[in-house]
Design a protein around this ligand. Structure first.
Ligand code: ADP
Length: 260
């Protein structure tokens, strides 16, 4: 028996990276997955990988920052599977720029996708999640708990996601609905590879990224997805309102000096 048997999970941004890894792992644990992404072809590819392995998946195109799209995506998922147990707000965009270089439209876009996207999906899913006493997961980030160079706007959005997670957990706990956030540091997805390749010295930059984690490397998407499975499962039945760091010791830098 899988740990998510009989559960219906809607995962946003599951056409790529962590979201795709989570969709595949949730399905392996028995969940029926609604693969939601702005990029329909990418969502269909994730769904294809799940169904070709014997799992259940449906691909849905949706811009998480658009209320009509979100309402429609939730409706499609619930019509397809009859219910919703797990909402994983994972879709996100990054903006590796110093603040003075950020345009107002870029700020708005990051908050629209990373923060408003969570708000809209919770708003339109809540009746279904309540009905199943389900659970909500939000993609936070270590940057929402600690600072990071050249990443102020993304950090601000993730701080907002973490605060939203905690207050929602307070509101929904009496109804048996748990709400948690996952806070990764570096995760080796196409997004990070792309970021490396844009640096003046990609190899040196990659090495610096690796060493900023005590474990000496960035995470694989599966190492984040496995925590999402745990938090969504009954194994985490007494965990709510938490922002769980999955960061290879990246925030313990203060304790790391030259070896004595
Ligand atoms: P990560 O490292 O977070 O996994 P990726 O860029 O690999 O980063 O994955 C993020 C996913 O989120 C992509 O599949 C992307 O298409 C999706 N996404 C980005 N913006 C939106 C949006 N507005 N609505 C829905 N999905 C989005």
């Amino acid at each position: 028996m899988g740990r998510l048997e009989q559960r219906v999970a809607l995962i946003t941004g599951s056409g790529s990276g962590i979201g795709r890894a989570a969709a595949i792992m949730f399905a392996k644990e028995g969940a029926k997955v609604a693969v939601v992404d702005l990029d329909l072809l990418a969502a269909q590819e994730t769904a294809r990988r799940i169904t070709s392995g014997g799992g259940q998946a449906v691909a849905i195109r949706c811009d998480v920052s658009d209320a009509q799209d979100v309402e429609s995506a939730v409706k499609q998922a619930v019509e397809h599977y009859g219910k919703m147990d797990i909402l994983f707000n994972n879709a996100g965009v990054v903006l590796p720029k110093y603040l003075e270089a950020v345009e107002e439209a870029e700020w708005d876009h990051l908050f629209d996708v990373n923060v408003k996207g969570c708000f809209l999906f919770v708003k339109y899913s809540l009746a279904h999640i309540r009905a199943t006493k389900g659970t909500i997961l939000n993609m936070g980030s270590m940057t929402g708990l600690a600072g990071q160079r050249k990443n102020p706007v993304y950090s601000a959005t993730k701080g907002a996601v973490i605060a939203l997670t905690r207050s929602l957990a307070v509101d929904l706990a009496p109804e048996g609905v748990r709400v948690n956030a996952i806070c990764p540091a570096g995760v080796l997805t196409p997004l990070l590879e792309n970021w490396f390749s844009q640096q003046a010295n990609p190899d040196e930059f990659r090495r610096g990224q690796d060493l900023s984690h005590l474990l000496g490397r960035t995470a694989t998407p599966d190492e984040i997805a496995s925590v999402a499975v745990f938090l969504a499962s009954d194994e985490a039945s007494f965990i709510t309102g938490q922002a769980i760091p999955v960061e290879g010791g990246a925030t313990l830098g203060y304790g790391v000096g030259p070896k004595a």
